[in-house]
Design a protein around this ligand. Structure first.
Ligand code: ADP
Ligand code: NI
Length: 219
């Protein structure tokens, strides 16, 4: 990477930290930092543009539509303005914006209109942070933030939600495991991503088993 690029990454980190100062615990600077680290780890095994991966990871949740009235144009726009303001070249800016536009899960019934290895990596990195112990913690934090129930056996998971229904769902938090988290291991893009996802997936399966055992007043 060039000296300019390293400086651009540094400025981006500072901008993201500041912007996410008051965000929900599962979508704060530490989430970004973990995703960034995951992305660098996956990149070691791939031939990629590390500058694009870094900016994509750092900016991927700069204005998550969940926290911005479901408007999914604010994040890409904010990233574009910021990168333009620090003089990142326009080809790199457009690639980073495409990553931000396409990284999200949105219920899993949406098809992507762009593909690149850099997007694949940022997407895997973000998905890994939705899995395992951290994934469980983030999910219950989000459910608490939305005042959802932990679990209600009378409300079944819905695997056929539209993007709008997925985002608006007020279902119990346990349902989110079936509607998203347990589906992720089969949707990973990279080999490294798949391997790590499988470990974290198995950990969540164990958690769910124990959860139902305790729910039923056993052991
Ligand atoms: P993405 O970041 O890929 O757009 P989502 O917005 O679906 O994905 O979710 C990001 C994280 O936010 C999830 O991994 C989960 O921890 C939390 N989350 C999102 N929706 C829910 C929900 N309905 N219930 C509990 N947690 C949720
Ligand atoms: Ni994210």
């Amino acid at each position: 990477m060039t000296k300019d690029q390293l400086q651009h990454i540094q400025l981006t980190e500072t901008f993201v930290k500041k912007t996410l100062e008051n965000s929900e615990g599962g979508h704060d600077w530490f989430h970004i930092k973990r995703v960034y680290n995951n992305a660098l780890l996956i990149s070691k095994k791939e031939d990629v543009d590390l500058f694009i991966v870094s900016l994509g990871a750092l900016l991927h949740d700069i204005a998550d539509s969940k926290f911005h009235n479901d408007d999914d144009t604010i994040g890409p726009q904010k990233a574009r303005e910021f990168l333009f303001g620090i003089n990142v070249d326009s080809v790199a800016i457009e690639h980073v914006v495409k990553i931000i536009e396409n990284v999200s899960f949105k219920g899993g019934n949406i098809s992507q209109n762009f593909s690149s290895i850099e997007l694949d990596i940022v997407q895997d990195a973000d998905r890994l942070d939705a899995l395992g112990a951290i994934g469980i913690a983030r999910t219950f934090n989000y459910g608490g933030f939305k005042n959802h129930k932990l679990y209600d056996p009378s409300i079944q998971p819905d695997l056929n939600m539209t993007k709008e229904a997925y985002k608006a769902s007020s279902a119990p938090t346990i349902n989110h495991f079936y509607e998203k988290l347990l589906l992720l291991k089969d949707r990973m893009n990279t080999k490294t991503g798949k391997q790590i996802a499988l470990n974290r997936h198995n950990y969540m399966e164990e958690f769910l088993k124990q959860f139902y055992t305790e729910w039923n007043g056993e052991k």
